[in-house]
Ligand binder design. Structure first.
Ligand code: PGA
Length: 252
């Protein structure tokens, strides 16, 4: 069965009270989303324990938005994979383009974070995607290929089934400018080909690849109907329970 996943990335939004309200709203509406769709919410660290306990008896899973590459110790302000796991969260978003752009995260660091997350049984949602100038120069396939080669393709086969990939063209994030269904599908197909070449057909065809970048209720159905798109990583629209739940209903 093809995976169907709708994952929210709240980014640096919602104080504790607002986060609890949004989590409860999504829980209350989640039964509108078909049972075969996995719903993941990605609040800031401060919400993780509360979000995990509120969603415990629901079908909603919780993701952190980042973790440290280090195990523990004198790294002021950092949060470890083990700490995240102890909150009840099951996933962690890694390598988001905002982390790459504003916090200088390299593929090397992202790979170290993936390994750390896997060690603590957190499932990484690994982001990749090209910038506008890279697409305009026709380099988008090469950019994404090297991001995937430096991270996912270095993993052991037994870890690959714990990974979700999110293709997020940077020019589409928060801009209201979505990739067309064709632009998204051709990159997803390409990523799947890279995975299949390395790990074989079974893993290649079952690995979830989400699209992210201005994915909204008015465009998700077209994106999700593409053969290599298994759902969405949703930023802005994940902050409104109605929009987020609506997107979860738009799988074929
Ligand atoms: P957006 O963000 O849906 O607001 O474009 C997506 C993301 O950054 O994950």
């Amino acid at each position: 069965m093809e995976p169907k996943i709708v994952a929210g990335n709240w980014k640096m939004n919602k104080n504790l009270q607002e986060g609890i309200e949004l989590t409860n709203d999504i829980i209350n509406k989640a039964n509108q989303v078909p049972d075969d769709v996995t719903i993941i919410i990605g609040p800031p660290y401060i919400h993780l324990e509360k979000a995990a306990s509120l969603t415990k008896d629901s079908k909603i899973k919780v993701a952190a938005q980042n973790c440290s590459s280090e195990e523990k110790g004198a790294f002021t302000g950092e949060v470890s994979a083990e700490m995240i796991k102890s909150t009840g969260a099951e996933y962690v978003i890694l390598g988001h383009s905002e982390r790459r752009a504003y916090f200088d995260e390299t593929d090397e660091l992202i790979y170290a974070k993936i390994i750390r997350a896997l060690k603590h049984n957190l499932k990484p949602i690994v982001c990749c995607g090209e910038k506008l100038n890279e697409r305009e120069n026709g380099n988008h396939f090469d950019v994404v290929k090297s991001q995937i080669q430096n991270t996912i393709l270095k993993l052991k086969e037994e870890d690959i089934n714990k990974i979700i990939i999110a293709y997020e063209p940077v020019w589409a994030i928060g801009t209201g400018k979505t990739a067309t269904n064709e632009q998204a599908e051709e990159m997803h197909e390409y990523i799947r080909k890279l995975i299949t070449e390395k790990f074989g057909k079974e893993i290649g065809s079952s690995l979830p690849i989400l699209y992210g970048g201005s994915c909204k209720p008015n465009n998700a159905a077209g994106l999700f109907s593409q053969p290599d798109i298994n759902g969405g990583l949703i930023g802005g629209a994940s902050l409104k329970s109605d929009d987020f739940v609506e997107i979860g209903k738009l799988f074929k």
